[in-house]
Each structure stands twice: as structure tokens, then as C-alpha cells.
Design a protein around this ligand. Structure first.
Ligand SMILES: [Zn+2]
Length: 276
């Protein structure tokens, strides 16, 4: 599943090819995505120009202006299996290539999604006011996210720290992989009640979450050219992980066997020796 680093890598990969371009044609081959593609998307978009791409949590925002519909934003989510890439006119679409934005320089921004849990939706006016965006917590790599915030929001809560860290109202974009890795790095047992963790430990946890996400984004940078051309699925990379997906294997720090548990309906792997 594309996590925040993959979405950020997607933004960086496609931005140079779409920003400032005018949309000449919109081709929708499959409109039944998680949110149905608006039937008149083409009419609204043709003739408009794409502004500066942004990302909020795991949403990509493509501002458009100058067309018949005025200022608006295309809100895109990659769901479980979505991807965006740039192809040239004449490159035939594959089975799961559901939507093309044909650009005025002969490029096409092509949306691919075998499982169709992602979407491309139209937001008129101020995108920040859309309910999908307005309730989100801060970005994990922003200054608004720190140990003090985790400490303050967790007081009195018995919820385990891992689902607490994965709550989008607390901080966005810390999915299962990065929550697992950050808790390992900070030495915190994922089952520990969120309200029973000290400020000092939350400061370590926030720093660890920032570190693992930033490392993944840096690594994603090596895949940026994969966003152009070809028929593969671009941009997803395998980081060296310490705990996620490694249950039954030895801990890299102490050699003990990593343990698998279920927390908040999600698989969690941790080291019973290093994480307390
Ligand atoms: Zn260990």
C-alpha cells in the first residue's frame, strides 16, 4: 500500500511534468473508483492549467485554474494499489489504467489502480475546507508534530500507543510500517497505554517517526525517474526495516526473536526485550 513516503515521492516524481501544463483532454476508462469519477470531469478540466502540486497526509492535490470551472483542486488518493505516472501520447493503456489527463506538451498523466480503492475527485473552491482534509492532524515532518503534542493528547488515554500514533487526528501519515519502526527505534512496547508514557519517551518517539519517514522519502528520491514511461508500477521501494514483516526473526539489536501480536486489528511486530 502506498504510504506517506510513496505519495510524497509520487508528488516529486510527477510535479516537473505536470506543473504549468494545460489539460487538453480527459479520458476516463473506468469511473467506478472508491469515489466515482465525476461524469463531467472532462468538461470541467479541459482548458485549465495545473498549478503547484501539494500533498496532505496521503492525498495529492492538483490545483487547476483557468478553465470553465474556475479555481478548483483535483484530490487524488492512491488507495491500496494506485499509482500515477507520465507517459507519452501513443503509449497504449493497460488493463487498470483508469484515467488519463492529456497535457499540452504531449505528455499524459495516467492513473493506474488494480484494486480501485483510490480515487480522483473534484473539489471546487478552498480544498482545505473539504471534510477529508480539514480534520487531519499535523504533518509528521512539520514542527507542529512533536513529543509535547503526543504527551498532551495522550493524557488519560488507555488506548495502546501504537494505534494512538496511527490516529490521523494525532498526526497524519504514520501507517503500520512507520509506527512499528518508530516504536522499535524509541524502545517503546507498542501495547503500552498511551497515557502512561513520559514526555521524554514521547520526544524520542516523535524524533524516531520523523527519522524513519525522512529516510524513506530520501530513499524514494532514487526512484523518481521511474515515474516516466513504461508500464510498471513506479516508485515503491523497500526500506531496510527492523521489525515490520520480520516476526520470528532475530532482533537486530539483541538477537531475541521478534514477536507478532494484533493491536487495533493490525499486525504488530516488536522486540519483547528492547521495547518496554
Ligand atoms: Zn531486541
Amino acid at each position: 500500500m502506498p504510504e506517506l513516503p510513496e505519495v510524497e515521492t509520487t508528488r516529486r516524481g510527477i510535479a516537473p511534468h505536470v506543473e504549468g501544463r494545460e489539460i487538453g483532454e480527459v479520458i476516463v476508462r473506468q469511473s467506478r473508483l472508491r469515489v466515482p469519477v465525476p461524469a463531467d470531469l472532462g468538461e470541467r478540466l479541459v482548458g485549465s492549467r495545473i498549478g503547484t502540486l501539494a500533498r496532505r497526509a496521503k492525498y495529492l492535490l492538483l490545483p487547476v485554474s483557468g478553465g470553465d470551472a474556475g479555481e478548483a483542486t483535483l484530490l487524488c488518493h492512491l488507495g491500496m494499489s494506485g499509482s500515477l505516472r507520465i507517459v507519452r501520447i501513443g503509449e497504449l493503456p493497460g488493463k487498470h489504467d483508469h484515467l488519463d489527463l492529456v497535457l499540452d506538451d504531449g505528455g499524459i498523466l495516467r492513473y493506474h489502480d488494480p484494486r480501485r480503492f483510490g480515487f480522483v475527485d473534484w473539489l471546487a473552491g478552498d480544498a482545505e475546507r473539504d471534510s477529508r482534509l480539514s480534520r487531519l492532524g499535523p504533518e509528521p515532518l512539520s514542527e507542529a508534530f512533536d513529543g509535547e503534542r503526543l504527551y498532551r493528547l495522550s493524557r488519560g488515554r488507555r488506548l495502546a500507543v501504537k494505534p494512538f500514533l496511527m490516529d490521523n487526528a494525532v498526526v497524519v501519515g504514520v501507517g503500520n510500517i512507520y509506527a512499528s519502526e518508530a516504536l522499535f527505534m524509541a524502545g517503546i512496547d507498542p501495547r503500552r497505554a498511551a497515557g502512561r508514557i513520559s514526555l521524554a519517551r514521547y520526544e524520542r518517539l516523535a524524533a524516531a517517526a520523523k527519522e524513519v519517514l525522512a529516510a524513506a522519502i530520501t530513499q524514494g528520491g532514487t526512484t523518481l525517474r521511474d515515474f516516466v514511461g513504461g508500464t510498471g508500477e513506479p516508485g515503491y521501494f523497500k526500506q531496510r526495516l527492523n521489525v515490520y514483516g520480520r516476526h520470528g526473526q532475530p532482533c537486530r539489536h539483541c538477537g531475541d526473536e521478534l514477536r507478532l501480536i494484533t493491536l487495533g486489528q493490525r499486525a504488530s511486530v516488536y522486540c519483547p526485550h528492547c521495547q518496554t
